[in-house]
Design a protein around this ligand. Structure first.
Ligand SMILES: [Zn+2]
Length: 492
């Protein structure tokens, strides 16, 4: 089968368009490092483009008709955008779906402690990471601390040039004989991933009440020893918990939060720093969180830029994919179905049967990053059925593990229809599997939407270093994926 290279197929204009698109994508990456930040950015951009919040429409008793643009946010972590089409919703929607959570370290609920003069935040990692990759990097702290009165402190520390950063230590190589002999999965344990957040004590001066009384029954030597011990005790008392105390005082001064407020906090630790061009040719992007913002951002842009659509266009950007799409903000939540019901209601076409028909007749591109072939680890892949960086938008007929288990296996008829659309719109695409059969596996949100009986296929952008602190993509692949989404929304 003939493999295409996107760059090789590009005109000068299309190359320029791909580079321009990448600039906007990098900007999105830089200000949207967590699911909450993604939702904030998306809502801001949607409102600028005339999307109106569903809750507001319901409250104002408004209705919706063809051409209207609406969005719905769920718990600040998931968002759905829709452009109402000319066809009745009962005929189905064209849906783009991707996730906006990324692997990272989460701060525990009782996190702050001091050990040997260092203050730490204890963490529990989120999603699949190689733990040894998270040590010695500059790290940033993002998230919210919600006080009991419902007010929220928003944290974003470590991204500005002038901000401090945080780090997790690694054992020096000189003493690592034992560590280096371990399996990489055990060399750095989950409990060793504690974040260093301070080292300078906040001293409270004591009044010197522990001065020993003169006692003439003691020898000079005994007096000396007693004084020495008291001095040690005083110094230990002055320093006890003083670094943690200093951290608490800064949190109180700068964010007006107290130690107990960590109980109701969601703080995420991510690599500090911006998305960068990679390669002398600047053809690639190296950034944190490209899984799955490499798909989420082009999906968002596609619904923004889709013209007047025949079938209602929908873009779902969800939380919690990396831990199994669980919870109220994950894809398995009824949030999506409820939103469709509300929107059908505002178009005056809601009925239980109408909703079921709409969902069953929908078509979906469920997007998540694809593993790109890595020549350094060639044996992990099967060369004929793997994505290549620069090979364009990528389609997975199936994902899963051990005999496709847990996968949404897309129908041949649906794939044929998509191939036709992509070819007619001159989109460069490739097909792939995650890697060699029986080597591992992975899942996406595709199977969840397929529960409604709709046509769903996995697709997305190939990435190198998937789930590592810094992931690499090709600007051409991102641009082709965006073009593929546009074609899908218009023609599927
Ligand atoms: Zn993903």
């Amino acid at each position: 089968m003939n493999r295409k290279n996107a760059w090789a197929a590009y005109s000068r204009e299309r190359t320029r368009a791909a580079y321009d698109f990448a600039e906007e994508y990098k900007e999105f990456l830089n200000i949207s490092k967590t699911e909450r930040e993604c939702v904030d950015t998306i809502v801001n951009e949607a409102e600028e483009r005339g999307f109106v919040e569903l809750a507001r429409l319901i409250e104002d008793g408004k209705s919706l008709s063809a051409g209207d643009k609406v969005y719905a946010v769920w718990m600040n972590k998931s968002v759905i955008l829709m452009k109402i089409g000319r066809e009745p919703m009962e005929n189905g929607m064209n849906i783009l779906g991707a996730h906006i959570d990324s692997p990272r370290l989460d701060v525990k609920q009782n996190p702050l402690y001091e050990d040997s003069g260092l203050a730490y935040l204890d963490t529990h990692y989120y999603g699949g990471i190689k733990k040894y990759l998270y040590v010695t990097l500059p790290l940033a702290l993002h998230g919210v601390i919600v006080r009991k009165d419902g007010t929220t402190a928003i944290l974003n520390i470590g991204e500005d040039e002038d901000d401090p950063v945080f780090f997790i230590t690694d054992l020096l190589i000189h003493l690592s004989q034992e560590q280096m002999a371990k399996k990489t999965s055990e060399a750095v344990t989950g409990e060793a991933l504690d974040l260093v957040v301070g080292n300078k004590p906040f001293i409270i001066e004591s009044g010197g009440e522990d001065e020993p009384d003169e006692d003439d029954t003691l020898t000079r030597g005994q007096m000396y020893a007693l004084n020495q011990e008291n001095a040690e005790k005083n110094e230990a008392k002055r320093l006890r918990g003083a670094v943690k105390r200093a951290v608490l005082s800064i949190l109180k001064d700068e964010y007006d939060v107290e130690e107990d407020d960590f109980i109701s906090a969601e703080l995420e630790i991510v690599p500090a720093g911006k998305a960068r061009d990679a390669g002398l040719d600047r053809s690639m992007i190296l950034s944190y969180g490209q899984d799955d913002r490499a798909c989420a951002y082009p999906s968002l842009r596609a619904i923004f830029e889709a013209g007047d659509v025949e079938r209602t266009a929908c873009c779902i950007l969800v939380d919690k994919e990396e831990i199994g799409s669980v919870g109220a903000t994950g894809m398995r939540s009824r949030f999506f179905e409820n939103t469709v019901a509300e929107i059908m209601n505002l178009t005056g076409t809601y009925s239980e049967l109408g909703l079921r028909r709409c969902l069953a007749a929908s078509r979906m591109l469920s997007s998540d990053v694809a593993s790109a072939f890595d020549p350094n680890y060639a044996s992990a892949f099967e060369k004929k059925n793997i994505a290549y960086l620069g090979g364009g938008m990528c389609f997975h007929k199936f994902t899963g593990a051990r005999g496709k288990s847990g996968s949404n296996d897309a129908n041949a008829e649906y794939i044929a229809r998509l191939r036709d659309i992509l070819d007619k719109n001159d989109v460069v695409f490739q097909t792939s599997e995650l890697g060699r059969v029986d080597l591992g596996g992975g899942g996406t949100i595709a199977y969840i939407l397929a529960l409604y009986g709709m046509e769903v296929i996995d697709c997305g952008v190939p990435v190198l270093n998937m789930h590592a602190p810094w992931e690499a993509t090709s600007k051409a692949d991102i641009y082709e994926t965006f073009r593929g989404y546009l074609a899908f929304l218009a023609d599927a």
